[in-house]
Design a protein around this ligand. Sequence first.
Ligand SMILES: NC(=O)C1=CN([C@@H]2O[C@H](COP(=O)(O)OP(=O)(O)OC[C@H]3O[C@@H](n4cnc5c(N)ncnc54)[C@H](O)[C@@H]3O)[C@@H](O)[C@H]2O)C=CC1
Ligand SMILES: O=C(O)[C@H]1O[C@H](OP(=O)(O)OP(=O)(O)OC[C@H]2O[C@@H](n3ccc(=O)[nH]c3=O)[C@H](O)[C@@H]2O)[C@H](O)[C@@H](O)[C@@H]1O
Length: 434
Amino acid sequence: MKLSVIGTGYLGATHAAAMVALGHDVVGLDVDADKVASLSRGEVPFHEPGLPELLREGLASGRLRFTTDVTDVGASADVHFLCVGTPQKPGEKAADLTYVEAAIAALLPELRAGALVVGKSTVPVGTAAGLAERVEAVDADLVWNPEFLREGFAVDDTLRPDRIVVGATSERAEKTLLEVYASLVEAGTPVVSMDYATAELVKVAANAFLATKISFINAMAEVCEAVDADVTLLADAIGHDERIGRRFLSAGLGFGGGCLPKDIRAFMARAGELGIDQALTFLKSIDDINVRRRARTVDLAREMCGGSLAGQRVAVLGAAFKPDSDDIRDSPALDVALACQRAGAAVRVYDPHAMDNARRDYATLAYAASAVEAATDADVVLHLTEWEEFVTMHPSTLSAVVRQRHIVDGRNKLDRELWTREGWTHRALGRRSL
Ligand SMILES: NC(=O)C1=CN([C@@H]2O[C@H](COP(=O)(O)OP(=O)(O)OC[C@H]3O[C@@H](n4cnc5c(N)ncnc54)[C@H](O)[C@@H]3O)[C@@H](O)[C@H]2O)C=CC1
Ligand SMILES: O=C(O)[C@H]1O[C@H](OP(=O)(O)OP(=O)(O)OC[C@H]2O[C@@H](n3ccc(=O)[nH]c3=O)[C@H](O)[C@@H]2O)[C@H](O)[C@@H](O)[C@@H]1O
């Protein structure tokens, strides 16, 4: 089938390459000419394991290309996946739909009769119904097909999704979308069909649930800290109950990224518009617990430095919001780094893949070319993004270069017995010191 993907960022670039792998012809559209040029050369402009290979296979097959020309897209494809960003509006909780608006406005005059527009961006409930009226007015159809991929696992999540959610009002439209995903459906991927509003809500409900799970365990971490108990043992123990499950119960610095934080805020804002704020007031607590973890990490660093960070040297390991991604949107690690700097510390950051993004958006911080360089002469090392490189690092790698053997594990992933044996004072969120 002939498809287009509109917006070729983390979601769209992955979706475009994955749809070629499913056998389709795909043209990716973006307003960012540099991104289009880079993808056309077979270079993914962000870090996502497995995507460069998939992209290059797609380009080599002759069935994948990228453009900035919406006319080309309208003339070459019958199914158009809308994957543009929906960030938080500056200074507000609500989602900014400017990019969705601009993309739809550009696409509508170009659509062939009978075309299908597939919404994948995460939007406030009610958006799809409004877009459908405009799409139907030019004799095309709209379906809402939210995306659940995780960065770091984007390729696998797209080619082996847990489910396909289809919000539709017409059988023809749903049938066309399921033809696109035919091989996934044949492989047994469950398809859940519904109306637009429910499909939009499934997406934000899923992210709200995941955020709630993380903040729940982080709230338990706060309690554990007060009574000298251990949140990782607690998580292991409650996680054995299959009704609860151990996944997404890793206590620590909490959630960041371009999705969970902005999605729960936009969900609350939408509930406010609908006059049902009360239904989602708990999400305010989820957000507050999450933000408190960042402050608590700075406190642990301060405690380790004898009560003040002024004049102290702080090494920060990690800048990305999670490992296996270079995404620094709402990064807890960089937030903590900045807070330490504001408290008077000299901060040096190292991340295996997110350095360029961090330097661009956090220009006041200092950066190192390796973990060892970041830790040289440090009074405290903060482990804030659990890259494999950090988790498997032997403490002796840093022992000789630091000024003091102080480490805060913001992700609860280091082997604290080992670090302690090697003469380090180890502190972690929600765990008592050994
Ligand atoms: N990043 C992720 O893991 C996931 C993201 N989502 C949702 O997908 C959407 C996109 O997210 P990301 O890919 O992370 O954002 P992103 O910011 O990486 O990519 C968005 C892309 O859209 C392009 N764009 C903006 N206006 C455009 C227009 N008028 N025409 C064509 N392209 C345009 C931008 O230049 C950019 O390349 C958001 O709604 C997000 O919530 C959903 C699931 C996973
Ligand atoms: O809507 C989206 O864009 C995506 O948002 C999240 O995916 P992602 O943001 O890529 O990453 P996650 O793996 O969910 O991690 C989010 C944050 O939570 C943190 N986290 C995760 C798990 C955990 O147990 N504890 C914890 O603090 C991570 O460090 C990270 O900062 C969802 O998991 C995806 O299903 C969804 O599609």
